[in-house]
Design a protein around this ligand. Structure first.
Ligand code: NDP
Length: 246
């Protein structure tokens, strides 16, 4: 269980991040939720956590900003005094074939998914090192393992997260800090809701378990990686994809 632990979940206002924030709180953690702009959704997450009897706060912050994330981490450390669990979940897609992909859409996706993960770890590196304990969990994707037509920006960012995860795991292992990645397949959230039906049908055909996953299933895996039960797992990438990518 996670009693007495303090967590940050980026992108905790919706989808997988919201489910993670709530699951961590159910297991005893207080949670700071970082969101991009959807204040109402972020406050809903905060209120649900508070209803569970845990501390919660919401901070509006673009994870793509080095200075913005620095301030956000400072604010959380001011309120919680320490951060034991960092979940880098904030992410966006902007799909299109590479032939016509703009620099802007490549940068947006890499800056949010990959650089955002770097920023958060960078600002918590020293405080976690001093604590000599911590858990970092990064959301990658099966797209980062397999590649995916139309997602050069996203697959590149999510593959980058795997390299980043393994490097951080090696740098911080000596301080009792683990760093792992989770690679979901098709999970039912706003992100996948916009996919054309044809793409969804094709995906379902390829998934051995023949269904999409749900955010709560990913959240339970993340909460396990955040717990003491996962103390001997680091630098790992765990797929949660109904068998899609085996
Ligand atoms: P959603 O689109 O449902 O939610 C995205 C979340 O990220 C929101 O909370 C949003 O905040 C936040 N966010 C977006 N951009 C920024 C930013 N620049 N700064 C801070 N927060 C930001 O996504 P999912 O829940 O589906 O995905 C969560 C993670 O899981 C992502 O990293 C995604 O790539 C990964 N993933 C998802 C899969 C899926 O099938 N859904 C599959 C594989 C991986 P706000 O509400 O304010 O907009």
């Amino acid at each position: 269980m996670l009693e007495g632990k303090h967590a940050i979940v980026t992108g905790g206002s919706r989808g997988i991040g919201k489910a993670i924030a709530i699951e961590l709180a159910k297991q005893g953690a207080s949670v700071a939720v970082i969101y991009a702009g959807n204040q109402m959704a972020a406050m809903e997450t905060v209120n649900e956590i508070k209803a569970l009897g845990r501390d919660a706060m919401a901070i509006k912050c673009d994870v793509a900003s080095f200075e913005g994330t620095k301030e956000a981490v400072k604010e959380v450390l001011g309120a919680f005094s320490k951060v034991d669990i960092l979940v880098n979940n904030a992410g966006v897609t902007k799909d299109g074939l590479l032939l016509s992909m703009t620099e802007e859409s490549f940068d947006l996706v890499v800056d949010t998914n990959l650089k955002g993960t770097f920023h958060m770890i960078r600002h918590l590196y020293s405080p976690m090192m001093k604590q000599r304990q911590g858990r970092i969990i990064n959301l990658s994707s099966v797209a980062g393992l397999m590649g995916n037509p139309g997602q050069a920006n996203y697959a590149g960012a999510k593959a980058g997260i795997i390299g980043l995860t393994k490097t951080v795991a090696k740098e911080l292992a000596g301080r009792g800090i683990t760093c792992n990645a989770v690679a979901p397949g098709f999970i039912d959230t706003d992100m996948t809701a916009t996919l054309p039906d044809k793409i969804k049908e094709q995906a379902l055909e390829q998934i051995p378990l023949k269904r999409m996953g749900n955010a709560e299933e990913v959240a339970k895996l993340v909460a396990f990686l955040a717990s003491d039960n996962a103390a001997y797992i680091t630098g790992e990438v765990i797929r949660i994809d109904g068998g899609l990518c085996m």
